[in-house]
Design a binder for this molecule. Structure first.
Ligand code: SAM
Length: 215
């Protein structure tokens, strides 16, 4: 874990803390998790740069700042059960696993899910359940969740995901068209939903029954 430790420290100071990420637990975990293990070999040199990177199958590992702000918006304390939709490389999954009780993560592309599971097993994360499938419908059999994080862009907030939140639970999701979205946080309060709009962002498509169609 010492490899790239100095580079990670710089990433946290310059890309995260300097831009307003304040949650100390988020900053600590992002300083610890070896992001270079989650990127393709030919992207190794840029593993801690301020941008997303390709991970194969037309998908990306998200920019570190985006991972940090989405995680911070969940306001995790350590006891939570979190659903992640879009496992991708497994990097965001690793960050969540260091901050909550259990992570359920869904990915629609089998090869990515399998690779993420192998990467995460290398450093002993044991509080994660992986599944391959359409996460736009959530994971009803494991609901309700304290937090749901969608790491792909959606045309709308799927009602079916709101139904899977506990009272006080939070859903973090990029919402917009296929080229530009805004990070939304939906919180369930007394059965109703409060929506806040945060930073502009650009994610790959959430493809599936409650997201974008494949065509
Ligand atoms: N959080 C990831 C990381 O740290 O590497 C980045 C995820 S990438 C931006 C978005 C992922 O969402 C892709 O791997 C994509 O295949 C996946 N995805 C898109 N639609 C999905 C769906 N309906 N269900 C599950 N995964 C989906």
């Amino acid at each position: 874990m010492k490899e790239y430790a100095e580079t990670r420290k710089h990433m946290v100071e310059r890309q995260l803390a300097a831009r307003g990420i304040r949650d100390r637990r988020v900053l600590r975990v992002m300083e610890e998790v070896p992001r270079h293990l989650f990127v393709d070999k030919n992207s190794l040199g840029g593993a801690y740069d301020d941008n997303p990177l390709p991970i194969g199958s037309g998908q990306t590992i998200s920019q570190p700042y985006m991972v940090a702000i989405m995680t911070e918006l969940l306001e995790l304390k350590g006891h939570e059960k979190v659903l992640e939709i879009g496992t991708g490389s497994g990097y965001q999954t690793a960050i969540l696993a260091g901050l909550c009780h259990w992570v359920f993560t869904i990915e629609r592309i089998r090869s990515l899910s399998q690779r993420a599971e192998i990467t995460l097993s290398q450093f002993g994360c044991q509080n994660i359940t992986f599944v391959v499938g359409d996460g736009s419908a959530g994971w009803p059999s494991e609901a309700p969740f304290d937090g749901i994080i969608v790491t792909a862009g959606s045309p709308k907030i799927p009602e079916i995901l709101l139904d899977q939140l506990i009272e006080g639970g939070r859903l973090i999701i990029p919402v917009g068209d296929r080229f530009a979205q805004t990070l939304n946080r939906a919180t369930k309060i007394e059965g109703g939903i409060t929506i806040e709009r945060h930073t502009p962002c650009r994610f790959v498509d959430l493809l599936g029954e409650h997201g974008w169609s494949k065509t």
